[in-house]
Every structure is written in C-alpha cells, then in structure tokens.
Design a protein around this ligand. Structure first.
Ligand SMILES: [Zn+2]
Length: 62
C-alpha cells in the first residue's frame, strides 16, 4: 500500500530522502508555517526545516 499524497524528495539540508510537509508553529498567538522535510528513520521521525512560508489558504474571521 502506498499513499499517493507523499512526495519523496532529497532533502537539501541533510541529503537524505524524505517527505515534503508543512508544519504549524504557534508563537504569541500567531501561526507560522514552515516547509519541512520529514524523515522516517528506524522508528523515529526527524525533520529538517526548509523555510518559512506564507499561507495560501488563510482563514480570515472578523
Ligand atoms: Zn533532512
């Protein structure tokens, strides 16, 4: 079985294969999004942060 959503790429930081993903971090009420590469090694998940991104689908409630 394979997930079709997973994009395997070579990580520019550590040079290993990983999966592109977006992580959310909340700081002082603001939400920041980071493009990361997830690596699944043995039974651990490691991630390399590529860059901060702006959010394409931002919810705007007023
Ligand atoms: Zn990496």
């Amino acid at each position: 079985m394979q997930k079709t959503n997973d994009k395997k790429v070579v990580c520019p930081i550590c040079g290993k294969e990983g999966i592109v993903s977006v992580d959310k971090f909340k700081v002082k009420g603001k939400t920041y999004y980071y493009l990361v590469i997830r690596h699944y090694e043995d039974n651990k998940t490691r991630r390399c942060i590529i860059k901060r991104i702006s959010v394409p689908l931002l919810e705007t409630h007023h």
